[in-house]
Design a binder for this molecule. Structure first.
Ligand code: R5P
Length: 260
């Protein structure tokens, strides 16, 4: 792995703790104006001081994040489908590596849809992105998207994560599941978890705690932060779990006591 790629990775996974709190706000690329992200800048800007990196599309980045703000960017570079279609797997690469360099991003992110109609295209797109990214010193994060017909269990998620790593992904983003430790143990690159649909703050903190306790290097969380009634309190609570190994109750106390 070359210096530039390692350096960019270290901007995302913090060397001090070996962990990361990524803030995911890329939902609009197929969901449109998701609840909580209607005006991206209003949601994102108060959270930036507490995030280790920000995952979003180029359109959101250019319009809604001040270029002077020091936040590592994970650029969503796959898309091409919308929630109006049943099959979301028909994605392609939507941004060039040249543009990723121009935007000074720390990594690019692409979804893979294992077991879906367009499995092959999404996997070969990942492999091509890795080849191109490595030539430019830019790491690739693979997101294991789960189609409606797939179950989020150890067997399926291990399959997805391992394939992503074998194709060269430098970080894998997946979902937490029972026996998550086995998913981590069989994936040779770091894993971060998505938060998934909004649940109670305490349940979201339990999810983060379980994932970290079972080997995830962090979270790439969206809705359970920006749809919270106190997003700043919530991201601070998540940070305490990820970087300080805080217990769920202590983190929940941080969320409760944080000023809205
Ligand atoms: C989904 O395709 C996007 O990558 C989201 O950013 C991801 O699912 C994480 O967000 P959430 O925590 O809301 O699930």
């Amino acid at each position: 792995m070359d210096w530039g790629l390692k350096n960019r990775l270290s901007r995302i996974i913090k060397p001090k703790t070996g962990r990361t709190v990524m803030l995911a706000v890329d939902h609009g690329y197929f969901l449109g104006p998701t609840s909580g992200l209607e005006v991206i800048a209003n949601t994102v800007q108060p959270l930036l001081p507490y995030a280790d990196s920000l995952m979003l599309t180029r359109g959101a980045l250019r319009t809604s994040v001040p270029a002077g703000f020091d936040i590592p960017i994970v650029l969503r570079v796959s898309g091409g489908t919308s929630i109006l279609h049943d099959d979301l797997s028909n994605e392609d690469i939507t941004t060039s590596m040249e543009e990723a360099i121009k935007l000074n991003v720390s990594a690019v992110a692409i979804s893979i849809f294992v077991g879906s109609a367009h499995e092959k295209e999404t996997l070969t797109n990942l492999a091509k992105l890795v080849t191109h990214g490595e030539a430019c010193g830019i790491p690739v994060l693979a997101v294991t998207a789960v189609g409606r017909e797939m179950s989020r269990d150890k067997k399926y998620l291990s399959l997805c994560c391992r394939i992503a790593a074998e194709l060269g992904a430098h970080i894998v983003k997946t979902y937490y599941c029972d026996d998550f430790r086995e998913v981590v143990n069989t994936c040779p690159v770091p894993i971060v978890i998505a938060g998934g649909k909004k649940v109670s703050e305490k349940d979201a903190l339990k999810l983060a705690h379980n994932a970290i306790s079972n080997g995830a290097v962090g979270v790439d969380m969206g809705r359970n932060i920006f749809q919270s009634d106190n997003p700043v309190g919530m991201i601070q609570a998540v940070r305490a779990i990820v970087h300080k190994n805080a217990m769920v109750e202590d983190a929940y106390g941080l969320y409760k006591n944080a000023k809205k």
